[in-house]
Design a protein around this ligand. Structure first.
Ligand SMILES: [Fe+2]
Ligand SMILES: [Fe+2]
Length: 295
């Protein structure tokens, strides 16, 4: 199986990134912004869930992939936290939502679930992120009609999500197998993802009275995201008893995106940093939760 290696791009986030950076569309922009708010703390939970079983893994290949998974998720969270400053520069207050999410998802739900259920929750969320990643990489709208920094940022995260899409699933299968647990993890993932994603979107819209959402936007959301089976299709695919993430063939899409992205300035050390705006750089970096990354 292909080695999972972390990359450490530094995207030139600055105040030139418009508020409605996704195709000049408030609904699409704030829906993806809401996912951005979920990522850093969510990815810390993924790392905790997998790391809890690292010592029980007998397969050295899987142990190596776990290391790559942890390194990639750590880097994703860091870049998403850097992007928070773009939202703050546009006047959004984020701390209330981040605290709410952290307390409810990780202070209550994660604490009430067993370690093996947290792993099943993580494996299902990783399946959703890989399916969303495939959708993201296939969107011409993102590449052609959206802010290029944001497009590259999301394409990088998406491609790496596809690279490590099987890791949490394989750890679950190795240390805590069982269909009932896997499906319970899927139900927990489906409800929590939908609820927190919707809550984050509402939180951003409440602070943005000038955002105008047309009925057409909802229709496009349905036809481009839901009707093509992205979220529902991911749910039903995962329900199949013999399912494995590798059955969804999207590795080539990820490899093509990464080979293109790795030639861009964000992936060259020292290049993108100097392009950052002082508007964002002077802001004190805030950590969205009390727990730090573990690597
Ligand atoms: Fe990630
Ligand atoms: Fe991931």
């Amino acid at each position: 199986m292909k080695k999972i290696r972390p990359r450490t791009p530094r995207f030139p986030f600055d105040s030139k990134i418009p508020k409605y950076w996704f195709n000049d569309n408030p609904l699409a922009s704030h829906m993806v912004n809401s996912l951005n708010l979920l990522f850093p703390d969510g990815e810390k939970m993924f790392i905790r869930a997998v790391r809890a079983f690292e010592d029980q893994l007998a397969d050295p290949g899987l142990k190596e992939r776990v290391k790559g998974f942890i390194a990639q998720e750590t880097q994703h969270g860091r870049e998403h936290e850097r992007y928070f400053d773009v939202l703050r520069a546009h006047g959004f207050e984020l701390e209330g939502f981040l605290k709410f999410q952290n307390v409810l998802a990780y202070g209550v739900i994660e604490r009430l679930t067993s370690k093996s259920m947290s792993l099943a929750w993580t494996a299902a969320l990783e399946h959703y992120t890989a399916v969303f990643a495939q959708w993201t990489l296939g969107r011409a709208t993102l590449r052609e009609r959206s802010n290029p920094v944001m497009a590259d940022f999301l394409r990088w995260h998406s491609a790496e999500e596809i690279e490590h899409k099987s890791v949490a699933f394989d750890v679950l299968a190795a240390v805590a197998p069982g269909y009932a647990r896997r499906v319970t993890g899927l139900l927990l993932a489906s409800v929590s993802l939908t609820a927190f994603w919707a809550a984050g979107t509402v939180y951003l819209f409440q602070q943005d009275p000038e955002a105008h959402v047309k009925w057409e936007d909802f229709k496009r959301l349905y036809t481009e995201f839901l009707a093509h089976g992205t979220m529902g299709g991911a749910f039903f695919a995962y329900l199949k008893p013999g399912f494995h993430p590798s059955q969804i063939k999207n590795e080539q899409l990820a490899a093509e995106a990464l080979s293109e992205l790795e030639t861009t300035p964000a992936f060259r050390p020292g290049c993108s940093r100097s392009e950052s705006s002082p508007l964002l750089d002077f802001r004190q970096r805030r950590i969205s939760s009390t727990s730090e990354y573990v690597v």
